[in-house]
Design a protein around this ligand. Structure first.
Ligand SMILES: [Fe+2]
Ligand SMILES: [Fe+2]
Length: 186
């Protein structure tokens, strides 16, 4: 494996996922806060978990605003495929690629300790840097306020690590408050 894989992958994310690379890089920052010293596969999976959204195509799943299990599975699997293709171009070991892909496939759900960390980092980052984007969806009418509220609450509720869920709770409450009282938004 290349020793600068994290660096080259970060550049790939920044150069490719133009409209929301912040959430990708910020997710890794959260992982490094809640689980410093995580394996490289876990860090790479966290940094790239949503990358399919940078590659529009006919097989790209479209979110309908509801907490839709089938959408999340399609989104996760498509990201795993695209990230696997990227890692293959970086001469990564097949076992390492599969390791990263298995984590990305469950990044919306968790399932085992390292998968729970990826999902928790994604959730914290969503509540940290994606709230304005989703408040905008409610304001523009793209999605209903109730759908956006459900997304905020779900991003907290799905976290499987109790102390991390506690960490996310005030972030979720703040997001819901801003949604329900737009005049107080800052
Ligand atoms: Fe995702
Ligand atoms: Fe995400």
């Amino acid at each position: 494996m290349k020793t600068n894989l994290l660096e080259t992958t970060t550049k790939w994310v920044l150069d490719t996922y133009i409209h929301n690379s912040l959430h990708m890089v910020n997710s890794l920052e959260w992982l490094d806060r809640i689980a410093p010293g995580s394996r490289e596969a876990v860090r790479i999976a966290t940094l790239t978990h949503d990358m399919e959204r940078a590659f529009p195509g006919p097989d790209m799943p479209i979110w309908n605003g509801d907490e839709d299990y089938d959408y999340y599975v399609a989104h996760s699997n498509r990201s795993a495929r695209i990230v696997g293709d990227w890692l293959a171009t970086q001469d990564c070991d097949p076992a390492f690629i599969q390791d990263v892909q298995e984590l990305i496939k469950v990044h919306e759900f968790g399932g085992w300790p390292e998968a729970d960390l990826v999902q928790a980092a994604d959730s914290l980052s969503f509540l940290d840097v994606n709230i304005d984007l989703f408040l905008g969806y409610a304001k523009s009418g793209k999605f209903r306020t109730e759908q956006i509220k459900a997304k905020f609450v779900y991003s907290h509720d799905r976290i499987r690590i109790p102390w991390v869920q506690e960490l996310a709770k005030p972030m979720m409450h703040s997001a819901v408050e801003r949604l329900e009282t737009p005049l107080s938004a800052v």
